[in-house]
Design a protein around this ligand. Structure first.
Ligand code: SAH
Length: 350
């Protein structure tokens, strides 16, 4: 057995490796090793989640953002971004449609839009919770104060997705302008956990200036922070950002990392992301076969979907929600998985 497979076995048993071992694992990527990791990842995932795939209805509430992240298509300085913000009625209408289709989690994601005040969000969260008490509410609205996170939690929010983006301070500085800080991001993640949210972190695979060393730090961070969810997808170039000439990340490395992350944390909620579905037509299916167990179809009104462009050529901007969920169920079935109607909380701990 080769050294890398030995490391994969070790990770599968201990759910922990040293930084140097993670580096070796990443540098040791080969098709054969990736297949080996995927088989173990699928075995682990099946122990806790059988062949069930959880779906989350993604509602992109606003593409207005005060930040200027160099990689992101809805950054403040992108003058070609066609701005919108959904109303409470829009959000409730998306949820109504989603509920009828079997969604039991709604994810409100958006830029850091100052008009998404606590008052507005508390009202929407309470509205959703009273209409759909059996549903979970996930927020993904970037960095906010401790008090704000607390108010949204009290209103009924259950989960929060805030990708850490990179666990390497210097790398963080190359992806973001000076007014954003690695410490602030980490502080937010800590606060969210402390407040009792189910928390998701994550990063882009192949983001500019990412190295084997920074990726190993991401893996170690995921191991130590022990999130409930982890969103990873390939970095995809957006032509109206400072990173327009930087190449997109790789499908293969993303899949390999999905398997590795599953082995770090077998009960993790691990989405096959939209970015993965964008880089390859069958990306989401490949993600599931590498160890993912969550898919987040778009429930935003069709009129705004083409405007929430984090990167070029984003997948699924035109399909009706009903149509896309039907296709998703069929394609999951074709690879031996079942889309279930459930809140899809995290099961068990290892
Ligand atoms: N503003 C919120 C969430 C919206 S963006 C926040 O800060 O958390 C959601 C995620 O999309 C980001 O965390 C980032 O990792 C990812 N993203 C942004 N631009 C991207 C790009 N060009 N390619 C791939 N993923 C991207």
């Amino acid at each position: 057995m080769n050294k890398i497979k030995e490391l994969i076995n070790k990770l599968n048993q201990n759910h922990s490796l040293s930084l140097e071992e993670y580096e070796a694992l990443i540098s040791g990527y080969s098709k054969e090793n990736a297949e080996y990791a995927a088989a173990l990842a699928v075995e682990q995932r099946k122990k806790y989640y059988k062949n069930h795939i959880y779906i989350r209805g993604l509602v992109e509430v606003s593409n207005i953002c005060k930040n200027d992240c160099y990689y992101c298509g809805i950054r403040r300085s992108n003058k070609r971004c066609d701005h919108y913000r959904l109303t409470k009625e829009d959000i409730l209408a998306s949820a109504k449609e989603g509920y009828a289709l079997g969604f039991r989690t709604f994810v409100m994601q958006g830029g850091e839009d100052k008009k998404l005040t606590d008052e507005f969000l508390v009202d929407v969260i309470k509205g959703l919770k009273s209409l759909y008490p059996d549903c979970a509410i996930t927020l993904s609205l970037g960095e906010r104060s401790y008090e704000s996170y607390a108010a949204l939690k009290s209103a009924g929010a259950d989960r929060y997705l805030l990708r850490h983006e990179t666990a390497d301070r210097e790398h963080y500085g190359k992806l973001h302008p000076k007014d954003m800080s690695f410490d602030a991001r980490m502080e937010c993640l800590k606060n969210l956990k402390g407040l009792g949210y189910q928390v998701g972190c994550g990063f882009m695979v192949g983001s500019p200036y990412q190295t084997v060393q920074t990726l190993a730090k991401d893996l170690k961070f995921i191991e130590e922070f022990a999130p409930d969810m982890c969103g990873i997808g390939p970095y995809l170039t957006h032509s109206d950002t400072p990173f327009r000439d930087m190449p997109s990340g790789s499908l293969e490395l993303t899949l390999y990392l999905l398997s590795i992350i599953r082995l770090i944390n077998p009960t993790l909620l691990l989405p096959a992301t939209t970015a993965l579905g964008t880089i390859h037509e069958k990306g989401r299916e490949m993600g599931v076969l590498a160890g993912a167990n969550v898919i987040m179809p778009n429930l935003s009104p069709i009129s705004v979907r083409k405007k929430y462009l984090l990167y070029d050529n984003k997948a699924c901007t035109g399909d009706e929600a009903a149509e896309s969920i039907k296709n998703l169920k069929e394609s999951m079935k074709s690879i031996g998985y079942e889309v279930v109607t459930a809140r899809g909380d995290r099961t068990g701990t290892v």
